[in-house]
Every structure is written in C-alpha cells, then in structure tokens.
Design a protein around this ligand. Structure first.
Ligand SMILES: [Zn+2]
Ligand SMILES: [Zn+2]
Length: 390
C-alpha cells in the first residue's frame, strides 16, 4: 500500500463515482502508467446501464506515460515498437490471453474472446458474455486495484501488448487504437485472395458502411486509405454523417431517417451500375440494419456484421434468396488480435491526414465522465474521452 489516486468506479446502474483507490506496488514483471487520456467505448456505454458484478474502474482505450517499471518488464510486456523506458507514452491491446489453453493453441496467442483464461482491462469479464473465465477480478478492491483507464494511474500486467506513441500524437488520438483495431479487423475479414471470385475489397469495389458512429467512420476512413474505389455511408444523424464523410472523403452519405429504403437502394444502384454494394460493413446495433445490408449488397457480395454485438430481435432470412442464389458471404465478428491492433497503430499514424481528432467530440474529466456517458445520445456525440492531463 502506497497511497491512493482518483479513479472513476462503476458502482451501480448508471452510477459511476470518483473515489480514492489504492495504488499497488509495482511488481518486477509489471508497470504503472499515469493515464493521459482514456476514451469511452460503445461497450462502456452499454454495460454501465446495468449493475456491475464487482466495483470496477471502466476504460480500456488508454494512452498513458510509464512512471514505474519492474526490472523484468521489458521481458514480460510485449512492446511492438522497441524497448520501453520510464517516460514513454504507450497505448495498448486491452486483452491478456494465457497462451496455453486449447483455444490459444488453436487460434494463436493473443486472440481475444476465445482464450479460456484471460483478462480484459476496464471491464468485468462476466459482462462480455464470452466463454472461459477471467484469471483476475476487475474489482477495484483487489490488487492491483487500478485495472481500468478511467483513473489517474493504471497498472500494466505482464503479457500486455503495447505500442510507444510518437511524441507529436495527442494522447486522445492514441486512445483511439481500440476502435481503430475493430475497424481494421472488420476490413481484414472482408479481404480475399486477389483475383478470386469473391474478392470485393479492391480498387474496383464499392463499399457501403451502415452506421455513422466511431466504428463506421473509422472503417470508411481506412477503406479510403486502402484505395477502395467508392465508399457510401448510411447513418441516422447528419452531424455524424458529416464527420464520417470528412475523414473518409466518402462519395455519398445517406440519412435513413430522411431517405426511405427504396430511395437508398436507388442511390446505391446509381453508384454500382444497378448491382448493389460489393461489400457492406454493418456497424449499427439493430437487427433491421442487417436486413437492409442484405438488400443493398450485390450478388457475390460480402457483409461484415460488426454492430449487432448485443442480442436483438430476430429477422427474416431466406437461405435460398439471401444466401445461395446471392452467393453471399456473411461474417460476424467479435474476436480481435494484437496483429490487427498493430495495423491499426500504423493507420493511426495518419491521424492528421485523416483528421481523426474530429471523432473526439466530447472531452471530459473524471468528475464529468458520468454526465458525458449519460448524454451520449446527443446528435453531435461521436466519442467521449477523459482528459487526464500530461
Ligand atoms: Zn473499446
Ligand atoms: Zn488461453
């Protein structure tokens, strides 16, 4: 025990309290960072409406400065960019996997959501609805206490993958690594061998992104950078559509509150010689949006489902019409990998060119975090972030 720091603790339904939390000793295989910025994830906004199983410091999208390092930390913490030292700013992959369970052996070390003995920063494992069990409680009452980003300091455990953040990159931008990696993984899933019949993601392809939130906007921006021919975005709020178009230079945006499905089919057809989109990235948490993706996707198309991560109402699906005769590929996504994060890290380096700071709409402090989370339905909200200073 060596004093306390301020942490925002999820303590009940829509209840986050700033309190003094214990600071742990830094072990030989760990590190402690001073958090500079921590972004609010869509998952945080979803889970905080329920009651936590244990009091937890939320926040897994983090950029912080190393203030203490165990003597073996450079061996136990996996840094993609070089040897770590005190004073370095880092961002991180929020999952730690065991490396020895049957799923790690099957899928490779680091694949999150499949390891049977893993840990995720800033979320009680139980609320993720995944198999396996956590190797450590997320409780703020159990050592090393500071296991989430909405806190002045955070403990970095052995087995964590990290990246050194360039000096000129704002900490808030660096904290976008996690959503950028979701975007990167969705794109990886749509990539096929060049020349293959089902190869949809190329300089000849038209991509439709359904959703104007942070993930949809980041996918669109990455697609532009990767050279996809045409990018169309459908969303529900004009302010967010404008930002998504700004950072992706999308060819067209559609507001599904203003344009009917028939009108949107017409628009997509106009961009695709009447065929529909080659690839659809569905990023809205709404079953109907998946159904619309089917309608707006061409034959021999691919749809990546990113948005419906929480259970929603069933939809109509005709295997003959929607799958076989369309020769369609539907891919769901929830597992990610450190290597997708590494690609995302390199994509983040283009933050100025892409204008990624436009996504960071709602800056707050630990004290105003709860208000920001409660107001995340505001028309202009894309992403909230906690500014914890340099
Ligand atoms: Zn996240
Ligand atoms: Zn494992």
């Amino acid at each position: 025990m060596r004093g306390t720091c301020k942490g925002a603790v999820w303590s009940g339904e829509k209840d986050i309290r700033v309190m003094d939390v214990k600071l742990p000793e830094c072990k030989d295989d760990g590190m402690i960072i001073k958090v500079n910025a921590a972004s609010i994830c869509g998952t945080d906004l979803h889970v905080f409406k329920s009651k936590p199983s244990v009091p937890t410091i939320l926040g897994h999208e983090v950029c912080g400065t190393i203030v203490e390092m165990g003597k073996n930390a450079n061996k136990t913490i996996k840094c993609y960019t070089g040897a770590l030292k005190i004073g370095d700013r880092i961002n991180l992959y929020p999952w730690i996997t065991c490396g020895t369970c049957k799923s790690c052996l099957r899928f490779g070390v680091g694949a999150c959501g499949v390891c049977e003995n893993s840990f995720v920063y800033g979320l009680p494992y139980e609320c993720l609805g995944m198999s396996g069990k956590p190797v450590m409680s997320s409780s703020v009452e159990e050592t090393p206490y500071i296991k989430g980003g909405f806190s002045e300091y955070m403990y970095i455990l052995p087995g964590t993958y990290v990246w050194q953040v360039p000096e000129e990159m704002p900490a808030s931008v660096a904290s976008l690594l996690d959503p950028m990696a979701v975007a990167m993984r969705a794109i990886e899933l749509a990539q096929r061998s060049p020349g293959m019949l089902e190869d949809v993601l190329n300089c000849n392809g038209t991509a439709l992104v359904i959703g104007d939130g942070q993930i949809g906007a980041l996918i669109a921006a990455c697609l532009r950078k990767l050279g996809v021919n045409k990018i169309l975005i459908a969303g529900g709020r004009d302010e967010r559509l404008k930002v998504a178009q700004d950072i992706s230079k999308a060819d067209c945006t559609m507001n599904y509150h203003k344009q009917s499905l028939e009108e949107r089919i017409e628009i997509v057809n106009a961009y695709t010689n009447g065929f529909g989109a080659d690839v659809v990235f569905q990023c809205v948490g709404n079953a109907q949006a998946f159904r619309e993706g089917i309608e707006l996707m061409r034959s021999v198309g691919t749809m990546i489902e990113v948005g419906n991560i929480a259970s929603v109402a069933p939809i109509q699906f005709d295997p003959a019409r929607d799958l076989c005769s369309k020769h369609a590929t539907y891919i769901g996504m929830s597992v990610n990998t450190p290597s997708a994060f590494n690609k995302a890290f390199h994509m983040l380096l283009s933050y100025k060119e892409l204008g990624l700071e436009k996504l960071l709409t709602d800056r707050c402090t630990l004290d105003t975090l709860l208000d920001t989370m409660l107001n995340s339905n505001a028309p202009s909200y894309i992403k909230g972030w906690v500014d914890l200073g340099e």
